[in-house]
Design a protein around this ligand. Structure first.
Ligand SMILES: Cc1cc2nc3c(=O)[nH]c(=O)nc-3n(C[C@H](O)[C@H](O)[C@H](O)COP(=O)(O)O)c2cc1C
Length: 195
């Protein structure tokens, strides 16, 4: 399975790390692209230093996943993920900022994350967006509705507490598991309701 993981500048870097680990653990080939705001959020939320250089952030984020992961620059239009002709099974943008939601809903593409998500929609492939913002304006809501109508799955970063969460990691795992479910990747991170 080949999956694109776009990381933008909304809060929620631990979800992105969990999704990457789940994908790599399942044997998927993963292409990663992070916006500059995405790098800042990962640096802040995972490593406690907003000023950490991009390369250091990405190297820590990918960690030992190594060979299964390729990191692309945000302006790398030669990346396979920039074209519908490349074979890609699914695309995830997590976390997904409202800036990226607005750009995608308008049809604009100013970086590889926008382009890859846009390719997913035009090729009718699986696209999972994990937005985080609160409260939401009508502009945000319209953008999200437009993307839903175009075929994206809007998987809000809204962890539930009903499965007996006792730690922050349980809440992160909840969102990660719902995202992996969307990609058809088996996970035992969270006990399933009724089982
Ligand atoms: C620490 C931090 C947290 C942020 N959290 C959010 C957020 O939760 N949701 C959001 O839509 N934007 C958030 N932003 C603002 C976006 O990063 C900003 O709008 C940026 O332009 C998004 O660009 P991108 O979509 O290309 O990453 C945050 C920024 C920083 C630095």
């Amino acid at each position: 399975m080949r999956v694109f993981l776009g990381i933008t500048g909304a809060s929620g870097a631990p979800y992105a790390k969990g999704i990457l680990d789940g994908l790599v653990g399942s044997g998927a080939e993963v292409g990663i692209c992070a916006s500059s705001a995405g790098i800042e959020v990962v640096a802040t939320e995972l490593y406690g230093d907003a000023a950490l250089p991009r390369e250091e952030v990405l190297s820590r984020f990918v960690g030992s996943a190594g060979e299964a992961v390729t990191v692309y620059d945000v302006q790398d239009w030669k990346s396979p993920y920039a074209s519908g002709s490349a074979r890609v099974d699914a695309y995830v943008v997590c976390p997904c900022s409202m800036s990226t939601v607005g750009t995608l809903a308008s049809g604009a593409m100013t970086n590889l994350i926008h382009r890859a998500a846009s390719v997913a929609l035009k090729e009718r492939r699986k696209l999972v967006l994990v937005p985080r913002e609160t409260p939401l304006s009508s502009i945000h809501l319209r953008g999200l509705a437009t993307l839903d109508e175009a075929g994206a799955v809007i998987l809000f970063a809204a962890p539930g507490f009903y499965h007996g969460a006792t730690s922050l990691q349980d809440l992160v795992d909840f969102v990660v598991a719902r995202c992996l479910d969307q990609l058809g990747i088996d996970t035992s991170l969270v006990r399933r309701w009724g089982e």
